[in-house]
Design a protein around this ligand. Structure first.
Ligand SMILES: Cc1ncc(COP(=O)(O)O)c(C=O)c1O
Length: 471
């Protein structure tokens, strides 16, 4: 495709954008359980106005746009306050959870190289099996060996197994508050004891929890301690664009002291273009994301966050109770907060077949593989769909039970098989080829109808299944 020679009118372009949206997930109707975090229409108006007001400003040079420097600094301070930091707590804004995590891992690698006076050793970081995939990305990007520690049946990392994995090359431990797959909080205090005993850094991934767990705790919920009150915690990541309800492209990485954060900063004095200093991975930083994050915290204030947390808690409670009332289903582990997953404990009910039937009813379902389960990230839009979802779920479970053939149709066997394919290396190389193809697709117009199958992941694994059946 080429850039049109003559630009189209604003009306035409906007019309095409609108049209392109028609096959996207219907998040406004609460039919999707991830990717979108929506507080209210009124709040979205504020976020959009703030974003628009700063759409051209660039956070790359804090001297040129001192307003952005002030907003970033205040966002960091407010986040540090929420997560019980003190006057020594420092940090910066990033583009999202993944960047915050990448930065923390790079920081610990560079800190270890300096402290241990060994530039070329392969540092090791111990992560729970349930840790977000961004930690694996950090391992690949920064040449850090990520050592996996198992998670027990409560969905939390086994701390004894973590201790057994500590070697002279270990530089840091990781815990999540909560993790993505199960919504459970790792035993951060026990990880902190280990970190102190072995003189290690401890990063807590509170990307999802940072802007929701503190409010739930204030409302009296029993939340496992995870923030700077736990003495061994040296850094925390918390995403504003998740339960902070800011525009996408906004997260915060916090460190206990500048003595740690200084290893994150990039400075170059040799570039012909001048002296460059950047706190994070990117150069240009969107002023809109920074300004709207500040506007979000100022506009919502503690009381609205508290009200929202109460509402979320009630939605989660209703969902969980409804799921547990279905005898074949069970919640995975012991989740805290708005994330959780459920699985089938009955051999007669294939959970992927249940997912297929739910999708037929217009729900966008996130399927997981370990265990085979369905995942939720609850947000306020789900208040209106709880009863409808539970009724569809109940019906889907009965239908799957009555029709064993459903487990052999649609995506059910594909997901089932994929989860059990032993040769993960082959799966990976096939997925790589598929991704390369997606990004090679520059020669022709992308057909939106084709692209927007209900689940793009499904297209990928169907191709994979074809590959394995051929073998
Ligand atoms: C626990 C956790 N950590 C990190 C991330 C990564 O965040 P992002 O998608 O903003 O990069 C996610 C995303 O869902 C997450 O759930």
């Amino acid at each position: 495709m080429m850039i049109p020679e003559e630009g189209k009118s604003k009306e035409e372009v906007l019309k095409e954008l609108k049209l392109a949206q028609q096959n996207d997930a219907r998040w406004e109707e609460g039919r999707i359980f991830s990717l979108v975090f929506h507080f209210s229409e009124e709040h979205s108006d504020l976020v959009k106005s703030a974003y628009n007001m700063y759409i051209h400003e660039n956070g790359l040079n804090p001297m040129a746009f001192q307003s952005l420097r002030k907003f970033e600094s205040e966002v960091v301070q407010m986040t540090a306050f929420l997560l019980n930091g003190d006057d020594n707590t420092v940090g910066c804004m990033t583009s999202g959870g993944t960047e915050s995590i990448l930065l923390a891992m790079k920081t610990y690698r560079d800190k270890a190289r300096k402290e241990r006076k060994k530039k070329y050793f392969i540092p090791e970081i111990i992560i729970p099996d349930s840790a977000h995939v961004a930690f694996l990305k950090a391992g690949e990007y920064f040449d850090i060996k990520m050592i996996h520690a198992p998670v027990d049946k409560t969905g939390k990392v086994n701390v004894k197994a973590v201790e057994r994995r500590i070697t002279p090359n270990t530089i840091a431990l990781v815990g999540s508050a909560p993790n993505y797959p199960y919504g459970t909080i790792d035993p951060i205090s026990e990880l902190s004891d280990l970190a102190i005993k072995y003189n290690l850094n401890l990063h807590v991934d509170a990307c999802v929890g940072g802007f929701i767990l503190p409010w739930l705790e204030k409302l009296g919920e029993n939340i496992t301690p995870f923030d700077f009150r736990v003495p061994g915690v040296t850094s925390l990541s918390a995403d504003l664009h998740k339960y902070g309800y800011s525009a996408k492209g906004a997260s915060v990485i916090l460190y206990r002291t500048m003595d740690i954060m200084k290893h994150q900063l990039f400075v170059s004095v040799n570039f012909p273009g001048g002296i460059v200093m950047t706190p994070g991975l990117t150069g240009t930083r969107p002023g809109g994301a920074i300004a709207s994050a500040w506007a979000t915290l100022m506009g919502l204030g503690q009381n609205k966050y508290l009200e929202n947390a109460k509402k979320l808690s009630e939605i989660v409670q209703r969902m969980k109770e409804g799921i547990q009332a279905i005898p074949e289903l069970e919640i995975v582990g012991e989740p805290q907060g708005p994330l959780f997953a459920y699985y089938s404990k009955s051999p007669e009910v294939n959970i992927y077949a249940v997912a297929d039937l739910l999708e037929e009813k217009g729900w966008h379902i996130d399927r997981q593989q370990k265990p085979a389960s369905i995942h939720f990230m609850i947000n306020p839009l789900h208040e209106k769909i709880v009863d409808e979802y539970l009724s569809d779920l109940k019906e889907a479970v009965s239908r799957v039970k009555e029709n064993p053939n459903l487990a052999k149709q649609a995506t059910a066997p594909v997901y089932g098989m994929l989860a059990t394919v032993p040769l993960r290396g082959m799966v990976e190389s096939e997925v790589r080829k598929i991704v390369e193809n997606i990004y090679k697709n520059t020669g022709s117009n992308i057909n939106l109808e084709e692209q927007n199958t209900p689940d793009n992941g499904l297209t990928i694994i169907k191709k994979l299944l074809g590959y394995f059946l051929k073998k």
